[in-house]
Structures are given as C-alpha cells and as structure tokens.
Write a protein that binds this ligand. Structure first.
Ligand code: APR
Length: 242
C-alpha cells in the first residue's frame, strides 16, 4: 500500500481506468464470471455482439434491460466514492469500460464511457436517440425492443458490442487524459479487451506510473508499476485518502 501511495503522490492529474470489477461490490456481475438465474446458460460475451442482435434481438434486449434494472437498483460502493472524493484534491479523470452510471452517482464529474452507456438507447438503423419505458422489474427471457419513431429500426442498447468501433469522443479524451496524467490507477479490469486494454501501455511507455487494483490476475504485466491484490472497495478508500 505504501509503494502504491508513493506512486500516486505528487498531486498531478490522475486517471482512473475502471472495468467491471469496480462495480462488483455494488452487486453488478462482471462479464467473465458465471451468470445466475434465467441467464445462467448464456455467455455474456456471446450476447454482446452485433451477430447476437441480428439472430435473436428479443433475447439480447431482454438481457440488457435486466442489467439496466440491476444497475438502477445498485448503489455506488466505497471504491466509487473514494474516486469521487479524490477529485477535491487533484484533477481526476475517470475512464470507464463500464456501461453503468455508478461513478456519476458517486459524484465523479469527468467520466468518459469508452464502451458507451446502458441508458443511452439508440436506433439500430439511423442511430437517433430513443426514449424507452422503464425496464421490467423481473427478468424475462424475451422482450421486443420498441420501434424507432423516425425509421424502420429498433431501439438498441447504447453500448459497444464486440467487433464495433469505440465512440471517438470518449476514446480520444481517454488517450489525451492518459498521456497527460501524472499517474494511472487501473481498477477491476481483466485487460483482455482492446483497445481499452492498451491505455495502461500508453502510460507505461510515457514513463507514467501505473497502479493496479485487482484481487485476481489480469493481462497486465510489464505495464504495471505496483499491483495491489485487493478489491476496489477495500483498497481505494485507503489508497486515495488525502
Ligand atoms: N474489485 C476489483 N476488481 C475485481 C473485483 C473487485 N471487487 N471483483 C472482480 N475483479 C476483477 C477480476 O479479477 C477481473 O480481472 O475485475 C475484472 C473483471 O474483468 P471482466 O469481467 O473481464 O471486465 P472488464 O475488464 O471490464 O471487461 C472489459 O469486456 O465484455 C466486454 O465491453 C465489456 O467493458 C467490458 C469489457
């Protein structure tokens, strides 16, 4: 912990790169752990694809609406709150792969969602934003997405699926923030999904210290200056305390 605090010291701009593990202690299941209930037979990484959408739109929509319900009923955890609090002492830029809004609800104001947002529904044809009713409070196996008021398309989740391009605005902001950071804190990501997983390498190449918080293994090795084997909720309050 003291090595990690030393690497973070200095008060310059801090980038916090987060993945699904950041929200795990809020009760949001990560992508690569087994699912429970209605979805236990499904692989989330197979549902999050344009092919799955074309093949079985109603199942994919039902699954995403269930995640929306789960997230709306979840609360930010001690890790999210510690990241938000740290912004009172220094510039903190959050770059998240998460499609939830838990960083914002904890009080972080500069948050770049490189994989989109679960709550920004848009047309799968013309891309226009679409308002949708609240998600069902119980999981359902299939649900038809509402139609687009402008064209023949359907509402789709505003997230980035495997094989899709990242939205350029948050991605460009993420690369600039990492390049200008005095330290990068990487929390709860397996480091398997590119290009987000290349951000710690950009920092390391520029001589910027990279501190990783993850209770398990990840794909990061040479990029990481200090590794804390702890959960976000355990490590971040102490790590980011003034
Ligand atoms: N605190 C910190 N890290 C944790 C915790 C916790 N409480 N619990 C689990 N982890 C770690 C795991 O050890 C794992 O390394 O979080 C990581 C979660 O990995 P993934 O589920 O692969 O999530 P992520 O890296 O965000 O996935 C990247 O893949 O499916 C796509 O678009 C989706 O954004 C997602 C991307």
């Amino acid at each position: 912990m003291s090595k990690a605090r030393l690497a973070l010291a200095g008060g310059g701009p801090l980038v916090v790169l987060t993945g699904a593990g950041m929200s795990a202690e809020s009760g949001v299941p990560t992508f690569r752990e087994a699912q429970t209930g209605l979805w236990e037979r499904y692989d989330p990484t197979a549902l999050a694809t344009p092919e799955a959408w074309r093949r079985d739109r109603d199942s994919v929509w039902a699954w995403y609406r269930w995640r929306e319900h789960l997230i709306a009923s979840a609360e930010p955890n001690a890790g999210h709150r510690a990241v938000a609090r740290a912004a009172s002492d220094r510039e903190v830029v959050v770059v998240t792969q998460n499609v939830d809004d838990l960083h914002e609800r904890a009080g972080s104001t500069e948050v770049h969602h490189v994989h989109g947002s679960l709550f920004a529904h848009r047309c799968d044809e013309c891309g226009a934003g679409i308002e949708v009713p609240p998600p069902p409070a119980e999981p359902v196996a299939r649900l038809a997405p509402p139609g687009c008021p402008r064209c023949d398309g359907r509402a789709r989740p505003g997230v980035v699926w495997f094989g899709e391009m990242l939205p350029s605005r948050p991605w460009d902001a993420a690369v600039s923030a990492v390049s200008a950071a005095s330290a990068v804190l990487v929390v709860g990501t397996s480091g398997l999904v590119h290009p987000a997983a290349s951000l710690p390498g950009i920092a390391a190449d520029g001589g910027i210290p990279v501190i990783e918080v993850n209770p398990g293994p990840s794909a990061f090795a040479r990029e990481v200056t200090v590794h804390l084997r702890a959960t976000a909720g355990q490590a971040l309050p102490a790590l980011l305390a003034p």
